[in-house]
Design a protein around this ligand. Sequence first.
Ligand code: ARG
Ligand code: GLU
Length: 720
Amino acid sequence: MKKSIIFLIISLFFKLSGIAGEGMWIPMLLEQLNEKEMKAMGMNITAEDIYSINHSSLKDAIVLFGRGCTAEIISDKGLLLTNHHCGFGAIQRHSSIENDYLTDGFWAMNQDEELPNPGLTVTLMVRMEEVTNQVLEGVEPNMSEADRDEKIKENSDKIIEAFEKDSEYQAAIKPFFKGNAFYMIITETFKDVRLVGAPPSNIGKFGGDTDNWMWPRHTGDFSIFRIYTDKDGKPAEYSEDNIPYKPKYHFPISLKGVDEGDFTFVFGYPARTNEYLPSYAVEMITESGNPHKIKLRETRLDIFNKYASADPKVRIQYASKDARVANYWKKMIGESSGIERLDGIEKKQAYEAEFNEWANSSEELKKQYGNLIPAFETAYEQLEPISLATDYIAEAGLAMEIVSFARNFSGLVEMSKADEIDEEAIQQEIESLKRRTSGFFKDYYQPIDEEVMTAMLKLYDENLTPPFKPDFFNTIHSKYKNNYQDYTNYVFSKSIFDNEDALNELLDNYKPKKYKKLVKDPAYLMASEMMDFYDADIKTKRNLLNHELDSLQRIYMKAQMEMEPEKRFYPDANFTLRVTYGYVDGYHPKDAVYYKHFTTLEGIMEKEDPDIYDYVVEDRLKELYQNKDYGQYADEDGNMHVAFVASNHTTGGNSGSPVLNADGELVGVNFDRCWEGTMSDLMYDPEVCRNISIDIRYFLFIVDKFAGAGYLVEEMDLVK
Ligand code: ARG
Ligand code: GLU
């Protein structure tokens, strides 16, 4: 009680001062910019404990997992923890009808049973260095954007080459603050990463897409891997002789749980945010791009669902596609309504008015920045239709699976048309297309695709005007009198891209001359007309405008920092390691409603519905619940806590990130954001922006009590 009053006062102070939660900070600058505030908010460790180049620190236990997630090391034997949805691909690849690890879960009961995952890598940041001056050497203010890019690339390549020559590590240079600063990121990439454990989907994906992006949440969204190295502890390709990685650091795991008001921080790899866009851009995204894409995705999802609920095989075939489409469909709805609720565009406009006043307050400033906001307005006005045309290609055109699949054959066509035929290259291409073909048809259900095509063509045609549509619409208008269904029937009756046998037959007996059959195929034609249209009418204009906008953004960023010299700015997320911090905190999603900061196993039982796939609860979990058999993982209140929310500013890529307490101990694993706060990629609101984490004790409970893999817990350092 006392604690919560103190918290109310502190959090009110930070909310009033506008600093609670917002910001994705650069690890090497924490000491300078954030340590004081983090300590004031409750942190007991130092910035040097989090990021150090002199001794081991928290950063040594965090990796970029695959291409889009974060994972953390939780034992001195390289045990790795991330989300279930991050390990999903790997788990799926090992699954078959006999061993359905997606449905049943997977637990290696000893190291020999761990499963290798060719192609899966994890990358550790060794350190980072600012290299702005070297990168910008020879870059002149009045250079064209293309020349500037070229110069920067040339300088960067030189710096990287010089570094890598004498190093066992890799380096990359990334722009920060819209290209006003540059950092070299030095990394080490591990290539032998094995699957150790995953809960069944009815735990790891509990609540499915219905609960996705929502609080209160009850998903045990985790999976476990292990890093292996060669005998010397160095990264190596998979080999039976490899040994578990001995990390410089691994996280201790707290059994203490979290209380409302506790300081937490998240350390991971946020992918992309756009916090400094002008109002015109936010308007374009939330009032034009998102609504169109939402409608297109919704239409597609309805069709998926109709067929999936009628046929379990189709449900499995479309599970991954459905999850992919549904995830950002829902995110965009949340984002647009969040910006509206926040009056985000008006807030940006007000800020721009202030900016303009400052930018016109002296001749000197006026020369540099006076025209910035009007220039944005013009550029976004021009970009909007181009951007929509691009969206329709991606979200309607390529949503027709037969078309996006046919597009893969353009390489073969080009090779076959060449003056000099390279038989060997063609043979290789054919082998690769055969593999693609079998992968495609494994998860393809033609009736879905036909219905999607008719629906996509209609929306495409109705929502865009002529210069922004590919040529096949001319045929649809003239020959098919706008009857999308008839046109679809024609495509599917004539194309071979929906016929696995015919396609294999063609590939098995392929001769370069046969490319003529491919280029006449209606699905191939649709793909190539669409790509030709993109190349001829969209790409150049889009690149030009984006170049101009890059330049405007860079100047705007610099100007904002000049206008508010006292303000601490953080750079937009760019897939580099960042720290964000806040409080464990519930929130008011709407009038009269308050959401508490944690959920429990009780809530899983409340949601249970044996008839709905996403809400099935297994007997084993029910039994543990009925017997309250939670062991050392129960909270003080006697319940099994499942998930909690806090005001850490996170985004996509932060999935799997460690959530740490004031002492730097692991208390959770980040896996989502709450619905009301999904606009935080464009604008953060401390009132409702919350990241969602699994309570680390639920993870331990599932591993130990549910799965009986307690030997894994023995590897970890638990703090009571
Ligand atoms: N919303 C989370 C994220 O953005 C979880 C996604 C898991 N996928 C899903 N369709 N439920 O990645
Ligand atoms: N689930 C997201 C991911 O895969 C994290 C949620 C978010 O976007 O905040 O990274």
